[in-house]
Design a protein around this ligand. Structure first.
Ligand SMILES: [Zn+2]
Length: 170
């Protein structure tokens, strides 16, 4: 058997769900579980999920004030001759992350364009936001578990399963 353990390769991304307490998410995401910033995760999202996430950040900014909330924006590129779709025929979009509390200071990083990775997924808030796994109960009682497949019993998380339970809560 060939040795499939190749530590020099980047860790494959796992499919899971993440949230930031009960304020943001849970959202479907892919991430490298070993890539941690103070224990927090660096998730990647599909454009559809980024749209959901973006709407929520803008809603939070309305509720709590822009000084305390970063917002994400998805700008569709429409009606641009021959430029409105990408190579796969999908509509082009530009994802922008605005950090309002830095904007007044004129910091160059106050607004950044989030580039998609090789899989077309967008990393939002990695090494910056306190993303953690959204967990859900598994019938095998080895919960909480956090990946799409339970590492104890092998059961796959049902589509749309409740992710109401978060870490360390009773
Ligand atoms: Zn299980």
């Amino acid at each position: 058997m060939p040795d499939t353990n190749q530590p020099q390769q980047p860790t494959p991304l796992i499919e899971t769900r993440v949230c930031i307490d009960d304020t943001l998410g849970p959202f479907d995401a892919k991430l490298d579980p070993t890539n941690r910033w103070n224990g927090w995760l660096s998730p990647y999202f599909t454009l559809d999920t980024v749209r959901e996430l973006a709407a929520r950040t803008q809603q939070m900014a309305e509720e709590y004030g822009h000084d305390s909330v970063d917002t994400i924006h998805v700008f569709p590129v429409l009606h641009v001759a021959d430029g409105g779709t990408d190579r796969e025929g999908e509509p082009r979009a530009v994802v922008v992350h605005i950090r309002w509390q830095y904007l007044e200071d004129g910091a160059e990083s106050a607004a950044t364009i989030v580039q998609p990775n090789d899989e077309g997924l967008y990393g939002i808030g990695g090494w910056e936001w306190t993303w953690h796994f959204a967990t859900w109960p598994c019938p095998c009682d080895n919960n909480p578990w956090h990946e799409t497949r339970c590492e104890f019993c092998g059961l796959h998380r049902p589509e749309g399963a409740s992710a109401d339970q978060t870490d360390d809560r009773t």
